[in-house]
Ligand binder design. Sequence first.
Ligand code: TPP
Ligand code: DXP
Ligand code: MG
Length: 593
Amino acid sequence: MSQLQHIEVPKDLRRLKLGELPALAQELREFIIDIVSTKEGHLGASLGVVELTIALHYVFDTPNDKLLWDVGHQAYGHKILTGRKSVFETNRQLGGISGFPRRKESEYDAFGTGHSSTSISAALGMALAAQLDGNTQRQHIAVIGDASIASGMAFEGLNHAGVTNANLLIVLNDNAIGIDPSVGALKKYLTNVKKGTAKDENIFECLNFKYSGPVDGHDIKALVEEFERLKTVEGPKLLHVITTKGKGLKKAEEDQVTYHAPGRFDKLTGERHQRTGIDQPAKYQDVFGHTLVELAKDNPKIIGITPAMPTGSSLKYMMEQLPERAFDVGIAEQHAVTLSAGMATEGLVVFCNIYSTFLQRAYDQVIHDVALQNLPIVFCLDRAGLVGEDGATHHGIYDMAYLRCIPNLIIFAPMNETELRNMMYTAQLGLPHPIAIRYPRGRGVQKTWKTPFEKIAIGSSVALKEGTEIAVLSIGHIGNLVSDALDQYGQTSKIGHYNMRFVKPLDKARLGEIFKKYRHILTIEDGCRLGGFGSAILEFANEIESSNKVTVLGIEDRIFEHGSIGELQQQANIDVTAITNQINSLLHVQPPH
Ligand SMILES: Cc1ncc(C[n+]2csc(CCOP(=O)(O)OP(=O)(O)O)c2C)c(N)n1
Ligand SMILES: CC(=O)[C@@H](O)[C@H](O)COP(=O)(O)O
Ligand SMILES: [Mg+2]
């Protein structure tokens, strides 16, 4: 008999007998596979914690007890058991539920996540608040993975929690992999603990946690018994649980990196549905990855660094071919930036590749360790702009605004693959400043990307089309949408288009000419409007005391959720239709007196 069909919320789950839980786990796993196979999303992490999820909701009194999922990409089972089974098929789609826990989505989502390693601090905060309130009953549980616990933030939380008497339980879900294999000394230590070859002292006990485990995280009975025991133990506790990422789907267990988020696949065989026969442009990440190898083979000073995203950033190509000069430092964005800075002081040419959204975590390091010392690091900010289904926590839309105010920093956005390659080439020749090269998730626009290298002059723009009335100034890849929009107006139109390329320094000579020639200036960016590229153009207009009308298209000052990139661009009024509408309305605007 189906158990899952009778479970809407954990209270229903708690009516089951312990012996019935393994069958429920099987059903829950199938439910996740069924939907993710067609709707896509994160797979391996959720499959790995099915038993853990059931055991936690079975033993603890959620939502009164606080259950926090670190990163939150493993929380599909949690969502299905906490009132969202019927809407799970809308996962990560426009208007649907989020792929990550969201406080506004459910009272069972104790803390919003998406970026890693926040759960210990947040759960400790709740536990201390309960203590201050005299509440000794409430439980606070943070589930955190082996890669996420190695991040600086997680250590900070552990360090603090260990000197409190807070009612905090950390469940370390150790599957020995992040998106890519986990790295670092802590991973080695955890492996030794599992093999029984660790030195006598337990690292967590040394930090004043009551440690238990390792426990088989697929043995529901063992988990339930241990959680029941831990409920009665005071103070900070850590339970070490061993799981298999992708558990229950053979292909996902065998190829855990691919099945972290595999796209569509056959739900029975696990075989991925890959697009074939379509001659698509390359992904920007691959242009970065292959170009870096090409440059590094000629320039022995080049180093590649990624904080835990070798596959996503395609730094893996350099790690495979030049392993001694390519580093995956784990989920450690702050360290990645300052490590790069240290290397740069020694004359190395460091390409530090960080997703735009994750660089937010290393903001001080960019200012304090890089910009103030004017160290010429090459930041490659992948996933800049709206990223699509990962949603609000992952959109790389703030970088232009948060980097533009930092002295010494050059900010460049390629409109296509060739510009990305040429800027990487230019940067490794030697720059007087650090540079951030921002490019989007997904594919470029060119049939072939392996074009001969050409140097790009810093602060130079490109006139793509001359016009008479309206100048459209674009920054980066979104300029291709402008080109698509302008195709409708023919060659002899009133509209000019300039690919500005640099947010900083601006091509002021070109801008001066543009402001003289055109009455209307329209800027477009795939970043937040406040403080971004359009703001820079408005500041320029103010500087030259121009009375030209400047219209700024960009992401307005509100949260954008999940959906396809196209749908979100439409929502944000930065798609081809919005650009066309804006141009049409400007064409009918009377000139200022
Ligand atoms: C600050 C930050 N950096 C990078 C990422 C990208 N990321 C998402 S999941 C993940 C790996 C997490 O591994 P682990 O904690 O072991 O969990 P598992 O996937 O194995 O369940 C990474 C690197 C992120 N979400 N947040
Ligand atoms: C959960 C998380 O942070 C990553 O898995 C992220 O979803 C990866 O994004 P990409 O798919 O763009 O590499
Ligand atoms: Mg892991």
